[in-house]
Design a protein around this ligand. Structure first.
Ligand code: 3H9
Length: 697
């Protein structure tokens, strides 16, 4: 028998135990072990009832994703579950942690399910571009009915044990932490009561109730908006519908066909890359796992603007008290009022309670002096992008904050080393770059300075987790990883408009690729003044930053969404960008001033110039060691800029397009468009010459 699954008997209960850390995924070893253990349990004359239970932190968390894309080794999961369901002896699944995907499907193949109250269950395959492929789409609706099964399978969201009980997914929920004891007690009850095997496949009442209803069409219509650009959610609906239209065995066949379609779709590759990349970024190259971390129990934020307010909310949400400093009382009051309004809006949507609003607000205080930062463990500066101002602030913080306090800047472009030089403790200075809206976007770009200590780096990574962000460690350079690439795209997008494209055309190409918003709609969200002050700073530093029609917008007070006019115009209380003829006029005037004759620009040219310029820059970022791995860039873009996870991030996407294709195009633009941004990255040329990809690095 495989050592990852064992069989032993306790009294009249035959216990099948899975022990395959970290998450008991259904690898080939586990699948064959499950079959062998079941056979042993069947043969064991003294075992009246069988119990399936897992060691470690969780019940089976799904198929072993690492095996996807490789040839499948028998036995397949569906066949294993079939054998469990067909067992003559009742089988109880005892669930702790998370029973997910193939794990929940295995539990559904058992005849009874008991769970700890802390457990969760779910079918998250859709998040990997798949659908439950071992009977989940056929068995779950037999327990819950169509609507709930569709919700669970198309969102992949987890359900608490308590809710699972209400939905009929589990039969009992118990408090406590000893899952084996809970499982044994339940199995004993099944044995004592002589309960029969109860096969989910044979349940018909929920199926009959929803047969012929329009729930499926309604669901598909809703998905058109929610799952824009995605492949597998629609296949999930088809598979669940089969449970209502076909006998069980035929439904299983249909599920298999649809599962294979998803398996073969490029979106599956992109989403699985994203899944592993998200976990990989937490392992920072050169940073020992046991690096000590500092406690962060109290935080200061400088600036009560959109960014500062959003940053403060993250800490209040995590139960960490935070004090916001402003220069004027009026600005402070305004900032605190915006935070309250944000929380109230969330409460109105039912996502938090009014009590939680008050609780979080009580953790946020305001001040007009850095003297109140004498006991904070971390302070994050979030004022506008001016090096002079930041240096002054950091000099003051150095004096006001206790030794060991971490001094962080939310700068999105400026040098952390230059900022750190304004203090006597550069080892305690780090960049914590949040993305707008800071209380929503999951990315935290953590910028290591030349002198930042390992302890401070490790603390920042741990902090990211605590406030539910995905932390990516990057090096110090202009714009770091995210904005350095974004600014190349932004400059190219502005140039495309100079040459003849409209902002709407550029944005549409990007949203068609799967971005939630285009370059210009994003500028409006962030504020046109941000890019404007960055360009001004760079010009001041002597860089050759060309004049832009967007400077004119800023100069005319068109600062984006906050002034209801930027590249687009906005209606009161509505974030939908509306093309504005006044902006067309500004662009036309700019072209005339610059002597530009506009030309027709194709969508393909927009795609190549906006995206390949980023890939070329990404390759330079890798070459310089600013990002340690291509996947760090991918995660930065997925969580900071809404790059579609189903395309796996920009560098993964580039590998799919083909690096030779991209290099040829970069060279073409080097000749036709010109500029430093189109100088091919040495790494890109090297990879193409060697027939390798970013993923091979
Ligand atoms: C499926 O089941 C298909 C079937 O319907 C049909 C088949 C025919 N496989 O997230 P963590 C690793 S599809 C392999 O940091 P947490 C993970 O990479 C599957 N490895 O911990 C990490 O490794 P490392 C449906 C896996 O406590 C380590 O485990 N199931 C798998 O924050 C710890 O993970 C899912 O989609 C896996 N399935 O969260 C569930 N899962 O330490 C996906 C995890 O080397 N998993 N690993 O970096 C999760 O949602 C979370 O990992 C979980 C734990 C909630 C379980």
């Amino acid at each position: 028998m495989s050592e990852v699954v064992t069989y032993n008997r306790e009294g009249s209960i035959g216990v099948i135990t899975v022990n395959y850390p970290p998450v008991n995924a259904l690898s080939h070893g586990v699948r064959s072990g499950l079959v062998a253990a079941l056979e042993q349990g069947q043969k064991d004359a003294d075992a009246k009832v069988l119990l399936l239970v897992c060691e470690g932190r969780t019940f089976i968390a799904g198929a072993d994703i690492r095996e996807f894309g490789k040839p499948m080794q028998e036995p397949g999961l569906a066949a294993v579950i079939d054998q469990y369901e067909n067992s003559d002896k009742p089988i109880v699944a005892a669930i702790h942690g998370t029973a997910l995907g193939g794990g929940l499907e295995t539990a559904l193949g058992c005849h009874y399910r008991v769970a700890l109250s802390s457990a969760k269950v779910g079918l998250p395959e859709v998040k990997l571009g798949l659908l439950p492929g071992a009977g989940g789409t056929q068995r779950l609706p037999r327990l819950t009915g169509a609507q709930k099964a569709l919700e669970m399978i198309t969102t992949g969201d987890f359900v608490s044990a308590k809710d699972a009980l209400g939905l009929g997914i589990v039969d009992a929920v118990e408090d406590g932490s000893d899952i084996k004891a809970v499982g044994l007690a339940y199995a004993q009850k099944v044995a004592d009561d002589n309960k029969p095997v109860r096969r989910v496949r044979d349940l018909t009442d929920k199926i009959d109730a929803d047969k012929g209803s329009d729930v499926f069409d309604q669901f598909r219509a809703g998905l058109q908006k929610k799952a824009r650009g995605l492949f597998s959610p629609f296949k999930c609906v088809d598979a669940v519908e089969a449970a209502f239209n076909l006998p069980f065995d035929d439904g299983m066949k249909r599920e298999r066909e649809l599962f294979m379609e998803c398996m073969e779709s490029p979106q599956r590759g992109g989403l699985i890359h994203s899944f592993f990349a998200e976990r990989e970024v937490s392992k920072v190259k050169g940073l020992a796992k046991d690096t000590p971390v500092r406690e962060i129990n109290k935080v200061g934020v400088i600036g009560a603007g959109t960014m500062g307010g959003g940053i403060a909310m993250n800490f209040a949400n995590a139960g960490i008290p935070v004090t916001i400093a402003e220069v004027k009382q009026e600005a402070l009051d305004k900032g605190l009022a915006v935070i309250r309004r944000n929380y109230e809006n969330t409460a109105k949507k039912g996502r938090i309670t009014q009590a939680q609003v008050e609780e979080r607000m009580s953790l946020i205080s305001g001040t007009l002096t850095y003297d109140d930062f004498s006991d904070v463990d971390l302070v994050i500066e979030a004022v506008f992008e001016s090096m002079d101002l930041k240096k002054t602030i950091f000099g003051q913080l150095d004096k006001a904050c206790k030794p060991g306090a971490i001094l962080a800047s939310n700068t999105s472009t400026l040098s952390i080393d230059d900022i750190a030089a304004a203090t006597s403790r550069p080892q305690d200075v780090i960049g914590l770059h949040f993305f707008s809206p800071a209380n929503v976007m999951k990315l935290l770009e953590i910028v290591r300075g030349e002198k930042t200590s390992d302890e401070v780096k490790a603390t920042a990574m741990a902090l990211a987790k605590k406030i539910r962000k995905v932390g990516v460690m990057v090096g110090n350079c202009y714009g770091f990883v995210g904005n350095r690439m974004l600014h190349k795209r932004g400059a190219e997008a502005m140039a495309l408009v100079n040459e003849g494209a409209s902002p709407q055309q550029v944005d549409k190409v990007l949203t068609d690729l799967g971005f939630p918003m285009g370059q210009f709609a994003m500028s409006d969200l962030a504020g046109i003044d941000i890019g404007y002050s960055i360009r001004k700073e760079r010009r001041k530093a002597g860089e050759d930053v060309p004049a832009s029609w967007m400077d004119k917008l800023a100069e005319q007070g068109r600062l984006g969404q906050k002034t209801q006019a930027g590249v687009y115009k906005y209606e009161e209380g509505n974030r939908k960008p509306i093309p504005d003829p006044q902006v067309d006029q500004i662009i036309a005037e700019f072209r005339a001033e610059q002597g530009i004759t506009s030309r027709e620009i194709t969508d393909q040219e927009i795609l190549e110039r906006c995206m390949y310029v980023m890939i070329n820059e990404g390759a330079k970022i890798l070459e310089e060691g600013i990002a340690d791995r291509a996947l760090d860039i991918d995660i930065t873009w997925i969580y900071g800029y809404g790059f579609p996870a189903y395309r796996g991030g920009p560098m993964f996407w580039a590998d799919q397009v083909g690096l030779d294709t991209i290099l040829a195009s970069v060279k073409n633009f080097q000749d036709t468009v010109g500029g430093e941004q189109w100088k091919p990255a040495g790494l890109l040329e090297k990879l193409v010459a060697e027939g390798r990809q970013f993923g091979d690095l």
